[in-house]
Design a binder for this molecule. Structure first.
Ligand SMILES: Nc1nc(=O)c2c([nH]1)NC[C@@H]1CN(c3ccc(C(=O)N[C@@H](CCC(=O)O)C(=O)O)cc3)C=[N+]21
Length: 286
C-alpha cells in the first residue's frame, strides 16, 4: 500500500501557524511585505501570481504586485528591482519565471538584494546553501524537505536519485538533501541507463517536465517517490511526471499531483517572507 503524501493538508497546517507568526511580527510594528514582479503575461505564471496574492492576504502578508510589459528592457526591469531593494518596507522580492527571451535571467537574479531574495535564486544564496550555511532557499525544494519531515522520512544515509538538474529544483534540492546526510545522484536528459540508476533509489525525485514518464519499472519496491511535475494535458487534466496509478503498485510513499509538492511551494514562499521580515524586526531592535 502506498502512503500518499498530502501536500494540501500539510500546507493548510502551515497556513495556520504562519498566520500566528505574521501576527507576532505585526505586534512589533512591522507589516511583512512581499514584492512580486511579473514581466509579461505568461498564462501559467498568471495563475501562480493570483494564487500567491490570495494566500499572502490570508496569512497577513502585504503584497506589492507589479506587472511590466512583455517587451520591457533589461535596464527597466533592473531599475524596478533596485527600487524594491532600497524600499525599507519591503522584505521579500520575487520575480516570476520564466522571463521573456530578451531578458538575461542571471543578471536579473543578481540584481535582487540577497537579503530580500525570497526564492533563494541569487548566486550568493546558492553558494551559502552549498556551504551548508543556508540563508533563503528555493521554495519547491524547501517544500519537499518539509513533506519528508512531516512523514518522518529522514534522508540521512538514504540513496536519493533526482531526475532534473534545474536551478529551481534539481540542483538546490541536491544540496539540501546532501546537507541532510543523504547520498545524491543527479540525472538528466543526457543520462545513460536511467532505469538502472533509479531502481537503486530509496528516494526518487522526478522534476523532468515529461508527463507521466516514470512508470513502475523505474521504481525500487517501497521507495519514496516525489513527483514535482505539473503538466497540463490537451484535455485540461493536470498530470505529474510520474504515472501515478501505475507507480502506486510499487512505491511506499508518493506525492500526488495536484495536491503534493505544488501547494507546499507557495506556503514555503510565505514562510520565507516572514523569516526575512522577522530579521528586519530584530535588526531594528538592536
Ligand atoms: N520566481 C518564481 N518562483 C516560483 O516558485 C515559480 C515561478 N517563479 N513561476 C511559476 C512557477 C510555478 N509555481 C507553482 C507553485 C505552486 C503550484 C501549485 O500550488 N499547484 C497546485 C495546483 C495545480 C493546479 O490545479 O493548477 C498543486 O500542485 O496541487 C503550482 C506552480 C511556482 N513557480
Amino acid at each position: 500500500m502506498t502512503v500518499l503524501m498530502d501536500g494540501k493538508k500539510l500546507a493548510q497546517k502551515y497556513r495556520l501557524s504562519l498566520k500566528k507568526d505574521a501576527e507576532l511580527i505585526k505586534q512589533h510594528g512591522v507589516v511583512p511585505t512581499l514584492a512580486v514582479l511579473m514581466i509579461g503575461e505568461d498564462p501559467a505564471s498568471q495563475v501562480y501570481f493570483k494564487s500567491k496574492q490570495k494566500l499572502a492576504a490570508e496569512i497577513g502578508i502585504a503584497t506589492i504586485d507589479t506587472v511590466m510589459p512583455v517587451d520591457s528592457s533589461q535596464q527597466a526591469v533592473i531599475r524596478q528591482i533596485k527600487q524594491y531593494n532600497e524600499a525599507a518596507n519591503i522584505h521579500g522580492i520575487l520575480v516570476e519565471l520564466p522571463l521573456p527571451p530578451q531578458l538575461d535571467e542571471k543578471a536579473v537574479m543578481e540584481a535582487i538584494a540577497p537579503e530580500k531574495d525570497v526564492d533563494g535564486f541569487h548566486p550568493y544564496n546558492i553558494g551559502r546553501l552549498f556551504m551548508d550555511d543556508a540563508g533563503p532557499v528555493p521554495c519547491t525544494p524547501a517544500g519537499i524537505m518539509a513533506l519528508l519531515a512531516e512523514y518522518q522520512l529522514d534522508p540521512a544515509g538514504k540513496r536519493v536519485v533526482i531526475i532534473g538538474r534545474s536551478t529551481i529544483v534539481g540542483r538546490p534540492l541536491a544540496a539540501m538533501l546532501l546537507n541532510a546526510d543523504a547520498t545524491i545522484t543527479i540525472t538528466h536528459s543526457k543520462t545513460n541507463e536511467l532505469e538502472r540508476i533509479t531502481r537503486n533509489a530509496d528516494i526518487l525525485v522526478v522534476a523532468a517536465g515529461q508527463p507521466e514518464m516514470i512508470t513502475q519499472k523505474y521504481i525500487k519496491p517501497g521507495a519514496i517517490v516525489i513527483d514535482v511535475g505539473i503538466n497540463r494535458l490537451g484535455s485540461g487534466k493536470i498530470v505529474g511526471d510520474v504515472a501515478q496509478e501505475d507507480v502506486k503498485q510499487r512505491a511506499g510513499y508518493l506525492t500526488p499531483v495536484p495536491g503534493g509538492v505544488g501547494p507546499m511551494t507557495s506556503v514555503m514562499l510565505m514562510k520565507q517572507t516572514l523569516k526575512l521580515a522577522k530579521r528586519s524586526v530584530e535588526f531594528e531592535r538592536r
